[in-house]
Design a protein around this ligand. Structure first.
Ligand SMILES: *[C@@H]1O[C@H](CO)[C@@H](O)[C@H](O)[C@H]1NC(C)=O
Ligand SMILES: *[C@@H]1O[C@H](CO)[C@@H](O)[C@H](O)[C@H]1NC(C)=O
Ligand SMILES: *[C@@H]1O[C@H](CO)[C@@H](O)[C@H](O)[C@H]1NC(C)=O
Ligand SMILES: *[C@@H]1O[C@H](CO)[C@@H](O)[C@H](O)[C@H]1NC(C)=O
Length: 401
């Protein structure tokens, strides 16, 4: 009897450790949607349109914004059309995804994550418009970046053909297989969450589309690397491990987009594999990301990347988390409590953007990248960029009225 009670206690305890609290915190600011569908669509299209005058044909993306951020504007445009079932941005998205592919071979510049942002934009564009030419850009880019994912054979031989130094096959006693190098240059040692999470996500989308197990295996390897090596004890994704010596980025370097790409990839991988352990990992990461105090206050409004003076990479991070949560929401009909948590979190950001962090200046509404306010006194391309995926997601995530 004692033994059985003890076992039951252990099982219950393990369950409560794994189970996440998916309730909406009572301290969140305005988690309810207040706008009808037509208003939400008009608001999102206004912000997307506001960036069109910044397009630069010579470079293939937007003045002021970085290359990777440019790919994300096209992602938001394609996703807008996907949720509204309109081809409003098809021409500009298609033209510029093709232009950048011609200018930058395999979308590659200095960083593998740059290439993957653009390749993912091509996947979203394929999903919205059925353009198989854009899908082929995504596949070609995937094949290039695949040479930077550590395979089990690479880990066993402590070397990878695309890098000039010996690698550590294991770190902390766990295989490094599945991790993806951040930069293509042969002597750069960083394997990081954003590149691995992007590769997980693109692999899972391609697996879902084609049923080709090469993509499924790559996605599982990337997800396993994240799970066993690069999460902190609060369930938030860490940033970097150097493959030459297993040294890590500071534990305080926690960014929305690292957990974001992981969530998006796991949401697709759960559907592809039907393996509930990936869904559990996703659910835990969602709960951790929306409730952590690392990048939001008790009111739930994200404070990361609120630079109003100049564009910076970090300004573009929080938008990626919101896009990922949207994908997880879309694929979680069996978990209404988590769907409600994601919807509420997204509406908190939306209401903050409209009430605390934007100014109407016709024809545009200007957004500040500091979502907690104050309201901006000028137009900044990066403030518009940071808001895009919130504005697109709320179109879809709230009831169709
Ligand atoms: C396009 O970008 C290039 C490189 O930054 C710049 O020199 C050029 O002035 C830009 N063109 C326009 C029309 O803004
Ligand atoms: C790494 O390689 C690049 C290009 O091949 C070179 O410019 C750079 O100096 C190298 N860095 C180190 C630390 O060796
Ligand atoms: C599966 O995908 C890989 C990577 O793109 C490709 O090399 C392979 O030919 C594909 N297999 C099939 C059967 O299409
Ligand atoms: C634009 O507005 C922000 C505040 O939203 C301010 O920090 C910045 O200095 C302004 N820039 C210019 C050029 O006025």
């Amino acid at each position: 009897m004692t033994v059985i009670t003890g076992l039951l206690f252990l099982v219950a305890a393990a369950g409560s450790v794994l189970g996440q609290d998916l309730s909406v915190p009572s301290t969140w600011r305005e988690p309810e949607n207040k706008y009808n569908l037509a208003q939400r669509i008009a608001t999102s299209q206004n912000a997307l349109d506001s960036l069109l005058p910044e397009l630069n044909e010579t470079i293939g993306y937007f003045n002021v914004l970085g290359y990777w951020q440019g790919g994300n504007v096209f992602s938001a445009m394609a996703n807008e059309d996907y949720v509204t079932h309109l081809p409003l941005y098809q021409d500009v998205v298609t033209t510029y995804l093709n232009k950048a592919f011609a200018l930058y071979a395999d979308y590659s510049t200095q960083y593998n994550d740059d290439a993957l942002w653009w390749a993912t934009a091509c996947y979203y564009a394929y999903r919205a418009y059925g353009d198989t030419n854009l899908l082929s850009h995504a596949v070609q880019t995937w094949e290039n970046v695949k040479t930077f994912q550590i395979s089990p054979q690479d880990a066993a031989s402590d070397s990878i053909p695309t890098k000039s130094f010996p690698i550590m096959g294991t770190c902390d006693g766990k295989t490094m297989a599945g991790g993806v190098f951040w930069r293509p240059v042969a002597n750069d040692t960083a394997v990081n969450s954003v590149t691995t999470g992007l590769f997980l996500t693109l692999s899972a989308y391609l697996a879902e589309l084609t049923g080709n197990c090469t993509y499924t295996d790559s996605a599982i390897a990337a997800a396993t690397w994240m799970q066993t090596l690069n999460m902190n004890s609060d369930g938030i994704a860490l940033d970097t491990i150097n493959a030459n010596d297993c040294s890590r980025s500071p534990a305080t370097e926690l960014f929305t987009y690292n957990s974001g790409k992981l969530i998006e990839g796991l949401s697709v991988l759960s559907d592809v594999t039907g393996d509930e352990s990936w869904r559990d990992f996703m659910t835990n990461t969602v709960a951790a990301a929306v409730k952590t105090n690392v990048w939001q206050g008790a009111n739930g409004v994200i404070t990361e990347g609120g630079d109003t003076e100049a564009d910076s990479d970090v300004v573009g991070f929080k938008d990626i988390l919101i896009r990922a949560l949207h994908e997880a929401w879309r694929r979680s009909a069996e978990n209404p409590e988590m769907q409600n948590l994601i919807k509420s979190y997204t509406n908190v950001q939306y209401n903050a953007l409209l009430e605390l962090a934007s100014t109407e200046n016709l024809p545009w509404r200007w957004y500040s990248s500091e979502w907690a306010g104050p309201q901006p006194t000028n137009f900044t391309a990066w403030g518009q960029l940071a808001a895009l995926d919130v504005l697109v997601s709320v179109v879809d995530i709230n009831p169709t009225v």
